[in-house]
Design a protein around this ligand. Structure first.
Ligand code: ZN
Length: 122
């Protein structure tokens, strides 16, 4: 099976968000036994693709808070409903299964307001 190519040009913050959502969707799919194999079922694979796409198009990029805290609801309602279900099912377990990731995500979420990026100064 061919994997989708990773979206390039992602920096730490965005990569972290993408990794987190991928891990959560995988856990969710496995936990609810959508599939016998390790692969995501078609539904979850679509959700993951959608989540990655949304992230790539996020206007805030590095300045973003976590998607759960963001005021810009870029998910369409059906996908939003799905991702919420994922969060409800695996969210509370993340602290046990992926403590570091969960902690970082919580810290990222403390950033309430997204910061708009106006050209990086380095
Ligand atoms: Zn699934």
């Amino acid at each position: 099976m061919k994997c989708d190519k990773k979206i390039k040009k992602r920096s730490g913050r965005m990569q972290r968000e993408a990794d987190t959502v991928a891990v959560m969707i995988h856990q969710y799919c496995r936990r609810l036994k959508h599939n016998d194999s390790e692969e995501l079922c078609a539904d979850c694979a679509e959700l993951l693709r959608y989540a990655e796409q949304s992230l790539a198009q996020c206007p805030f990029q590095e300045g973003k808070t976590t998607c759960g805290n963001c005021q810009v609801h870029c998910y369409k309602p059906s996908m939003r409903e799905k991702i919420r279900k994922v969060m409800r099912v695996v969210g509370p377990r993340m602290i046990l299964t992926n403590p570091i990731m969960a902690l970082r995500h919580a810290m990222d979420g403390l950033r309430k307001k997204p910061i708009e990026e106006k050209g990086k100064k380095e």
